[in-house]
Design a protein around this ligand. Structure first.
Ligand SMILES: [Zn+2]
Length: 372
């Protein structure tokens, strides 16, 4: 099974400065390289350099005026009241500020996830990975939650050109609200989001269990809202059981998995208490379904732990998991001290998820899926 890995030095450079977790993209990529996971002969992995998307491709989901503004707002030519008002309307403030090179960034980011999807559409690969993507909060007409465009939605729309049914799974600590909204009324895309849900205290406050789609999309959306501190063993149990049930009921022809790493133990957002091994187990379950699989990044605000997590997943994709526990010698080795280990241990965070609560989640999923 061949793997397409999306990377270019320019995409990495832009992602390093646009991601809220600065310089994260380079750490992820260099750790993957250091472990030898891009060795084409040993891992059957092909590095694909993304092309910048044409602006029309962004408009397959996003409103034209929003895209046009994104592409011209960082050229520095206007800073008047009208410009400020537009920034407000399009969500380009607070956590999504207008930065230099924003236009180039969104076109290349969109191109990266579209090219990853194209590898599956053309059959060039069975698995495609874009760790620079996964920006699930952006809406069709405004930026939100560090997400300037929604490359997940763009990639899914491209997959729908070949595949009749696409399953979107969101492992990020935050609800995959932008992707859910985009496909809430269709039965062609099933959205399944696992996330921490503590309204008023944890962003974005949506993704409650009762949101299950509308019109044709009714019962083609599932939310699995965890309380804070969920531990790895329960994450694996719930995610693998629910994913298996959804695959059986929905019969996806392709799967997109957003692997946001902010659910990891010790992440500054303090949401859940998940180890990289648990992410690996869930992704391995998806691999075993034997349908084309697109993996995307997302959140992850502990830089070296995010690199540990996505490197572990990258190894699993080519059956190189488990890796040696010692971080290999490379440019950023000193950032992995004092343990210099690949392992991330669970923290002592309090787990508010009781067995009864978790059972109520899986029971709910089963009852929704029985209606498909
Ligand atoms: Zn997140």
């Amino acid at each position: 099974m061949s793997v397409a890995y999306i990377h270019s030095p320019r995409l990495q450079q832009l992602s390093d400065s646009f991601t809220r977790c600065q310089q994260r993209a380079s750490r992820v990529h260099e750790l993957i390289v250091a472990y030898g996971l891009l060795d084409s002969e040993k891992t059957n992995t092909r590095v694909v350099a993304p092309r910048a998307a044409q602006s029309e491709r962004l408009k397959s989901f996003h409103d034209a005026d929003f895209v046009d503004f994104l592409l011209q707002c960082s050229d520095g030519s206007r800073e008047d009241d009208e410009f400020q008002k537009s920034c407000e309307v399009y969500g380009l403030e607070f956590e999504c500020p207008v930065l230099d090179e924003l236009g180039e960034y969104v076109l290349l980011l969109a191109g990266a996830s579209l090219d990853a999807a194209e590898c599956l559409v053309s059959g060039a690969a069975k698995i495609a990975v874009n760790w620079f993507g996964g920006w699930h909060h952006c809406r069709k007409d405004y930026a939100a939650g560090f997400c300037y465009i929604n490359d997940c939605v763009l990639a899914i729309l491209h997959l729908l050109k070949k595949f009749d049914r696409v399953l979107y799974i969101d492992l990020d600590a935050h609800h995959g609200d932008g992707v859910q909204d985009a496909f809430y009324c269709t039965n062609k895309v099933f959205t399944l989001s696992f996330h921490r849900y503590t309204p008023g205290l944890f962003y974005p406050g949506t993704g409650e269990i009762s949101d299950t789609g509308s019109y044709k999309g009714l019962n083609y959306c599932l939310n699995v809202p965890f309380k804070e501190g969920l531990k790895s063993s329960d994450f694996i149990d719930v995610c693998t059981v629910v994913c298996e049930q959804v695959v059986r009921g929905f019969k996806p022809e392709a799967i997109v998995c957003q692997c946001g790493a902010d659910a990891l133990s010790h992440d500054p957002v303090e949401a859940l208490n998940i180890t990289p091994d648990a992410y690996v187990k869930v992704v391995q379950k998806l691999m075993s379904q034997n349908v084309p699989l697109l993996l995307l990044g997302g959140g992850g605000y502990h830089r070296s732990n995010t690199a540990r997590c996505w490197t572990s997943i990258q190894a699993a994709l080519t059956h190189k998991w488990p890796l040696s526990g010692d971080i290999p010698e490379h440019e950023y080795l000193d950032e992995y001290g004092p343990s210099y280990s690949l392992e991330v241990k669970e923290s002592k965070m309090k787990d508010l998820n009781t067995d009864d609560y978790l059972k109520s989640l899986t029971d709910h999923c089963e009852s929704i899926l029985s209606k498909l």
